[in-house]
Design a protein around this ligand. Structure first.
Ligand code: CO
Length: 207
């Protein structure tokens, strides 16, 4: 249990530090949040949204799952998206994948992983959809990196095609969708340059 107790010690120190920097930090935050960004990323412990982009609590709304997927029947992700867009009025939705993603890797293996195979089926679908491009890669590492990028692009399209985003754009709301990849080897983000806003027309064109 020592390790768990350490977390509480860390927490007290952190709260103290934050209050030293800004006396009203928690008081103001308790009042309201007004993040400008929604982050949809992988659950991987090496990809913590706030730290990577240097934002404080209250500045970025976060949804994470294995392999950063946006599935049209996932009520969890869709609810986060709706709340972020309609209530918090975020201006940017960022789908961020990462190289070295275990979910992406598991999806290209033949091995069974039981329950999670049903979730990773969506990554396998992306793989199949881009089979021709992926089979031209020179080795497995390049294939995994490309699949990671293609998966992000597909998820950006999925975000664009949700009723929440379509309605927001129809109503004239300013909302940009971005596809990024984080490299766990050097800590740097890469913009896949598939940014979509309502003026770009049908989301299908992004790929
Ligand atoms: Co991952």
């Amino acid at each position: 249990m020592k390790r768990i107790e350490e977390l509480f010690d860390n927490n007290r120190l952190w709260a103290k530090r934050m209050t030293q920097i800004n006396r009203r930090f928690f008081k103001d935050l308790a009042h309201q949040q007004s993040p400008k960004y929604l982050w949809i990323g992988c659950a991987d412990s090496r990809v913590p949204a706030n730290e990577i982009v240097g934002l404080l609590p209250g500045e970025i709304f976060v949804h994470r799952n294995v392999a950063n997927l946006v599935i049209h029947t996932d009520i969890n992700c869709l609810s986060v998206l709706q709340y972020a867009v309609e209530i918090l009025r975020v201006e940017h939705v960022i789908v961020c994948g990462h190289y070295g993603c275990g979910g992406i890797q598991a999806a290209v293996e033949d091995q069974r992983h039981e329950l999670i195979d049903n979730w990773l089926r969506h990554v396998r679908d992306v793989h199949q959809r881009h089979h021709n491009q992926l089979r031209k890669t020179k080795d497995k590492t390049s294939l995994l990196r490309l699949l990671c990028e293609l998966n992000v692009k597909e998820q950006v399209l999925n975000v664009a095609n949700t009723t929440t985003v379509q309605d927001a754009w129809r109503g004239g709301q300013k909302l940009y969708l971005h596809g990024w990849v984080y490299d766990i080897h050097d800590g740097l983000l890469k913009d896949l340059r598939v940014t979509i806003d309502k003026d770009k027309g049908p989301a299908k064109k992004a790929l």
